[in-house]
Design a protein around this ligand. Structure first.
Ligand SMILES: [Zn+2]
Length: 96
């Protein structure tokens, strides 16, 4: 669970951070004693913490390029062959 924050803290958190679980955007929920809970907008059961937007973007593009590398190295895993096959190709491979 995350700690309640003041108005200013909460605004900065929403501006600069995303949910550490799903990297989704955050929303401010007013709490008692003029504090605010900054919680995930998505359906995360519990907002466990935050990561900076910059970190999430960097990490996201890194993972995307890793995924592309894997798809290039193992096209059969990516299902690309199937998508590129036409009806004729399939008939050819079946001997028609
Ligand atoms: Zn979340």
């Amino acid at each position: 669970m995350t700690d309640p924050q003041t108005d200013t803290e909460a605004q900065i958190t929403v501006r600069d951070m995303v949910c550490s679980t799903c990297w989704g955007s955050l929303a401010i929920h007013p709490a008692p004693d003029r504090m605010n809970n900054v919680l995930c907008r998505s359906n995360c059961e519990e907002t466990k913490g935050y990561v900076s937007k910059a970190w999430a973007e960097q990490e996201g593009s890194k993972r995307k390029s890793e995924l592309l590398e894997v798809q290039r190295a193992y096209p059969e895993l990516a299902g690309k062959q199937k998508l590129d096959q036409t009806e004729d190709d399939i008939n050819d491979s079946l001997g028609f």
